[in-house]
Design a binder for this molecule. Structure first.
Ligand code: KIV
Ligand code: ZN
Length: 403
């Protein structure tokens, strides 16, 4: 398949689906800060928001398109329901981006058609290609999603996908909207699409999934084995209800188990080329930044970025790791940008060490914020022997809230 990418495309939707986490709303400036960090992380596409949803979202998408969507930056994407108003508004917000994508969707499951859309299958089959063609008048890069694909009748979905591709969709995204499928089912769904949609080779297959049963990442990995080449995910797995598939888990699974996945991408087992464009050393920093700005705490035992992910508690494990890290570690903490921090911050620490640690924790402060936070740090350090990362985050969050 000549038009298929030789790497897995990482489509980040932290700023769109991730922001749909209850209580995780972000200001335009905060979204911009996260978008810059996602660009440094090396994501291929940033879904920056849903421009028709609110003037704030429109502005955020427009600003991100302007400042992050530069020639060498990622593609900037805006979400739109399959209506002309949504699509036109998304196109308007995306105008400043060097590379832009419109992502339009309509549900294909009977449950959604009957109770939400109140439309027939015939109507949906007509709307999908019509709206893809409309989106195509604004950009060459159009993504189409049959919402609730995981619970849709596959035969009907194949017809909708075929029509969407014929109308110009270059990516077709298969969402498990309610996190209902199991890995083998989701893999089979992707295989079914490859085998039954006649023009599928003209599009890239993407997957999108929620974590209601804790299976989103496992589902995606099965999808990769069956031909999916774009993964839609969020930092720390934040998102609607139980969240979305977590970017850091997907990327590190593909990185650590490269030899296992290589053949599914047509490579030799031992090929050393990375499977994604992600700069894994930016993962920890980006995770902290997203957690700090959204207020969504990362559970300590969270894979890859949780506080305990690289901690060894039991004596047997500690002994093993001291003898050889490979005994109990499958990846280096350094590979996600966790420096083996030798600097212990205390009352004698200087501004430079303070600033460096804050940067490592994903904070980007103005000079004034840094000065004020540093003064507060000195006050706390006078009372406490050792300042932990949690203390630092509390200090900085207090400072940001007061500013
Ligand atoms: O979960 C979902 O179905 C979505 C679509 C808009 C892709 O977020
Ligand atoms: Zn979603």
């Amino acid at each position: 398949m000549s038009n298929q990418p030789d790497r897995i495309i990482i489509f980040d939707t932290t700023l769109r689906d991730g922001e749909q986490s209850p209580g995780a709303s972000l200001t335009v400036e905060e979204k911009l800060t996260i978008a810059r960090s996602l660009a440094r992380l090396g994501v291929d596409i940033i879904e920056a928001g849903f421009p028709y949803a609110s003037p704030g979202d429109f502005k955020a998408v427009q600003k991100i398109a302007q400042t992050v969507g530069t020639e060498n930056g990622p593609t900037i994407c805006g979400l739109a329901r399959a209506t002309k108003n949504d699509i036109k508004t998304a196109a308007e917000a995306l105008k400043p981006a060097f590379k832009s994508r419109i992502h339009t969707f309509i549900a294909t499951s009977d449950i959604h058609l009957k109770h939400k859309l109140k439309k027939t299958r015939e109507e949906v089959l007509a709307i999908a290609p019509e709206m893809v063609a409309y989106a195509k008048t604004f950009t060459d890069d159009v993504e189409f999603s049959p919402e609730d694909a995981g619970r849709s009748d596959p035969e009907f979905m194949y017809q909708v996908l075929e029509a969407a591709i014929a109308a110009g969709a270059t990516t077709i995204n298969i969402p498990d909207t309610v996190g209902y499928t199991t890995p083998s089912e989701f893999g089979a769904l992707i295989k079914g699409i490859k085998d039954n949609v006649p023009n599928i080779d003209q599009a890239i297959i993407s997957v999108h999934g929620h974590d209601d049963l804790g299976l989103a990442v496992a589902n995606f990995l099965e999808a990769v084995k069956n031909g999916a080449r774009q993964l839609e995910c969020t930092i720390n797995g934040i998102g609607e209800r139980a969240g979305n598939a977590a970017l850091e888990e997907l990327v590190m699974a593909l990185h650590v188990r490269r030899q296992y996945f290589n053949p599914f991408l047509g490579r030799s087992v031992d090929a050393t080329e990375p499977l994604t464009n992600i700069n894994t050393q930016e993962i920890y920093k980006t995770s902290r930044l997203v957690s700090n700005l959204t207020g969504m705490i990362v559970q300590p035992n969270k894979a890859i970025v949780g506080a305990n992910a690289f901690a060894h508690e039991s004596g047997i494990h500690q002994d093993g790791v001291l003898k050889n890290k490979l005994t109990y570690e499958i990846m280096d903490a350094e590979s996600i940008g966790l420096t083996n921090n030798q600097i212990v911050l205390g009352k004698l620490s200087g501004r430079n060490a303070f600033r460096t640690r804050l940067n490592e924790l994903g904070f980007e402060l103005s000079e004034t914020e840094l000065n004020n936070a540093f003064l507060r740090f000195k006050e706390v350090a006078d009372k406490k022997k050792e300042i932990t990362d949690w203390d630092l985050e509390a200090i900085v969050n207090d400072e940001i809230q007061q500013a």
